[in-house]
Each structure stands twice: as C-alpha cells, then as structure tokens.
Design a protein around this ligand. Structure first.
Ligand SMILES: Nc1ncnc2c1ncn2[C@@H]1O[C@H](COP(=O)(O)OP(=O)(O)OP(=O)(O)O)[C@@H](O)[C@H]1O
Length: 450
C-alpha cells in the first residue's frame, strides 16, 4: 500500500477515458479488421473535445468505445476513473440521423432519454419540460416528428440527450444532415448551453468531418490517423468565444488540420525511378489501397477540372463539387493513383496523361483507364488469377485482398475494384454465381452504369 502523501495536486479524473484501446471487427467475409490501435484518449471535465479524421478512420468506433456502446477488443474504457461496465449512464449520444420514433410526440421522444432512470412521473415530466424549453421547442410538445423540419428534429434529438443531465454529451456528426444556416444556429446554441455557468452540461465529445466546425466549437481537437485508427495530431484551441472564422488564429488552425489530413491522404511522394520495360506508377512499388470512389466521380472530377482551368486548390474544388473535404480528397486520391492528376502541397494539377484523358473520346478515356488500372499492383491479385482460370470465386479474391491490405475492409475494396475493373474492361463479377471473370470484348458497360 502506498502511504506517501502526494506532494502535487492529483490531476482531475477524466469524465471518460480510453486506455490502450484496440478494436478489431470481423467483416462479413470473416476477415479480421483492426480498426483502432492503441488509443489513449481522455475527455476532461469542462472540455469540448472534437475528433476529426478522414472517412473510415475509426472516429465513430472511438465514440462507441468511449460511451460503452461497444467493448474494446483490448485495453480499457473508463468513466470517472472506474472501468466501464456496459453503457456509460453518464453519457448521452446525438447521432446524425435523428433516430426519433415517428409515432411518438416530441414530449414522448424526449422522455425516451429517461427510460433507463427509475424516477417518478412528476420528476420525469419536469425534466422533459425543462429539456424541451432549453432547446427552444416550447411550442411543440405534442407535435410528431413528421411535422417538424430537419433542424427541429435534431433539436428533439439533442433535448433527448440532455434530458438525463449527462456529464458527457457525445455528438456523432450531429449537424451534418442539416442545412448550413440551421446547423450554424444549433452549433451556437450548443456552445451557449455548454458555456452557461449555471447549466448542467459540462463536457462535450464531438465526432465530425467538418474542420471549421471543430475549430469553431472545440477547446481541444484530435485528428485520427487511419488504417488502423491512431491518435494523430492533438491541438489545443484557446480562441475566445464567440469565435470569428476570420481571426488569423482560427484560419491557422483550420489550415494546420487541412494540411495534416491532406498529407496523410495525398502524400507528396517523389516520382519513382523508371525501370526499363516497366510502367511507372506510384502504386506499383508496394501494394497500395484504393479509395472507395465510384468511377463516375473520378470522371466527373476530371471534367470539372477541365471546364474550370483556374480551379487548382483542394478547398475550392471541394466547394465547387459540393462534397465534404474528406470525400473530395478521396476522389482526388483516386485520380492521383491513376496518374491523371498530381497534388503537390494543396494544389491540384493535371498530369500530361490527365490532359490526354480529358481530351479523349469515350473509348479513348476507357483505354487510358484500362492502362492505368492495369498498373496498380492491387488489381494484379485478380488479374493474375484470371490469367490462370476462366473465372475465380469472389470469396477467394476477397481473402487475398484481406491479406494484402490488413487495415482495409476487403469486401468494400473488392466492390470498388470490380467497378473500376468493369469500366476498364478488365474484369467483371456475377453476383448470382459469386464468380469474377474477364468480360468478352464488347461487353463494356455504358457510362450510365458507373
Ligand atoms: N460493426 C462493424 N463491423 C465491421 N466493420 C466495421 C464495423 N463498424 C465499423 N467498421 C469498420 O471500421 C472502420 C472505421 O469505421 P468508423 O465508422 O469508426 O469510421 P469513421 O471515421 O467514423 O468513418 P465516417 O467518418 O465515414 O463515419 C470502417 O472501415 C468500417 O467499415
């Protein structure tokens, strides 16, 4: 037993904490997918922590481990310093999809947040009324979800999360399904609730794709690095509230995070040394994964870039194509792997091949696409098998993909490979027989089906 008196004040116990957490899922094809690796993360009393990272990096899985919705494969989840056993009763979660019961009124939907509590009816009604007032739905007690706008429905979701007066409010992409103005309004209200010295809400944990949202709201921002999910960049945000997006420090934080996520996804690799008789491709020297992007989006991007020659900055492209930053860099990454564009720093430039591609007709585009897909080592898992056999079981291919790319979901990679390979005329898949095969000449798919 340690009897010595600590000379320094003990640091406060975090509201929720993950210690050395790993999480592995079994995919549909029985492949072990390690999604989180050695995550150490603590949410302190009073802080507003935002988790950012590209799609699939494991943000929601971290949230689910932290709240006890799922159990880590190894490591520990703690709440107020004690091991978490089941769902954390001191935490509430607001999800992107409002998840309201359509047959219940606003009042009844909010009361669902108290179902796990053993409290009397009067106390429950008072708590529900209070949460409804707090989130500005005073006139809608008896309304049904179908009578409410998206923003109001999400207010009900937030009221339901707040009704139990949680120590920790967790938000999983809570604003991303809302229109811009409604989302901004709700963000401001949530900040006010959290900052209210007399209020109950003390700590917030938010998962988001939206970098500006994180910088606008959070006191600490953590960027998750993907494959497998790890804690990457951690930034303190000491900007005073209300925050001004034009403040140089605001813009600096946004740009540091942008750059961090872009560099993770689109590293500035030096060009490869050509080997005589071998095609040059960044993707050839090692087995590189491909982004889960449909061919149509790659073609769409190329056509937008070609129509707007001034469009060269990743953020402007993101605005122009109306996609979130994370989705935009996935499409850019796909085009870069195919050597149609280059992305030095935050810029996007056509390669010579990219220029040829946009100038080509339909068949010419397909021919270039075929040549480029053929260069990707990943596709040779399938191409090599199809050289030997007329058709190959998808299950076998998926298993090989799983071994080659241990941190990717092999079923999803397979689907994307087939879509790219089908457009390139290199391979096709019959879902009924479960077999992958080489299409006959002339079987090329119509552009409408990509
Ligand atoms: N129950 C599950 N079974 C199998 N795989 C899963 C399961 N839940 C998540 N995954 C996989 O874990 C990885 C991380 O998913 P997660 O939803 O945590 O990422 P994310 O960063 O929140 O992504 P997004 O921003 O797109 O929501 C993904 O590859 C996903 O397919």
């Amino acid at each position: 037993m340690n009897t010595s008196t600590p000379s320094l004040k003990e640091p406060p116990v975090p509201v929720a904490e993950l210690r050395a957490v790993t999480k592995t899922f079994m995919t549909a094809g029985n492949h072990e997918l390690k999604v989180l690796d050695n995550i150490d993360l603590a949410v302190s009393e009073g802080e507003f922590l935002a988790l950012l990272g590209q799609s699939g990096s494991g943000k929601s899985t971290i949230l689910r481990c932290l709240t006890g919705l799922i159990v880590p494969t190894s490591g520990r989840a703690l709440a107020n310093g004690k091991p978490l056993n089941g769902v954390n009763p001191d935490a509430s979660v607001v999800f992107q999809t409002f998840a309201l019961y359509p047959w219940l009124t606003v009042e009844q939907n909010v009361a669902v947040g108290l179902m796990a509590r053993k409290i009397g009816r009067a106390e429950r009604d008072a708590a529900v009324d209070r949460a409804i007032e707090l989130i500005g739905l005073g006139n809608y007690h008896s309304a049904f979800p179908r009578e409410l706008s998206g923003g109001m429905r999400q207010r009900v979701g937030i009221a339901r999360a707040l009704v139990s007066q949680p120590k920790l409010l967790c938000l999983d992409e809570a604003f991303s399904a809302l229109d811009v103005l409604t989302a901004e309004n709700l963000r401001q209200e949530l900040i006010s609730l959290w900052r209210d010295p007399g209020g109950d809400l003390s700590s917030v944990f938010m998962v988001t794709h939206n970098i500006e949202e994180a910088v606008e709201m959070a006191t600490r921002i953590v960027v998750v690095f993907p494959r497998p999910g790890r804690i990457g960049l951690v930034l303190e945000n000491k900007l005073p509230y209300p925050r001004d997006s034009k403040d140089p420090e605001f813009q600096r934080l946004v740009s540091v995070i942008h750059e961090c996520i872009t560099t993770m996804t689109l590293p500035d690799l030096p060009p490869e040394t050509p080997v005589k008789g071998e095609p040059i491709s960044r993707a050839r020297t090692r087995m590189e994964s491909i982004p889960l992007v449909p061919v149509g989006q790659i073609l769409g991007l190329m056509s937008i870039l070609s129509d707007s020659p001034d469009l060269s900055n990743i953020y402007d492209i993101s605005d122009e194509i109306g996609k979130e930053f994370g989705e935009t860099i996935a499409i850019l990454k796909a085009a870069e792997i195919l050597e149609l564009i280059d992305t030095p720093r935050q810029e996007v430039r056509f390669t010579e091949l990219g220029r040829k591609f946009v100038a080509a007709d339909r068949l010419g585009k397909r021919a270039i696409f075929e040549e480029q897909v053929f260069k990707l080592r990943l596709f040779h898992i399938i191409i090599a098998l199809l050289k030997e056999y007329e058709e190959v079981e998808a299950e076998r291919v998926i298993k090989d993909i799983g071994s080659a790319l241990p941190y990717d979901n092999p079923e999803k990679i397979f689907e994307t490979m087939i879509a790219w390979g089908r457009y390139a005329g290199l391979m096709d898949y019959n879902a009924k027989t479960g077999m992958v095969f080489v299409p006959e000449d002339g079987d090329a798919v119509e552009d409408a089906h990509i």
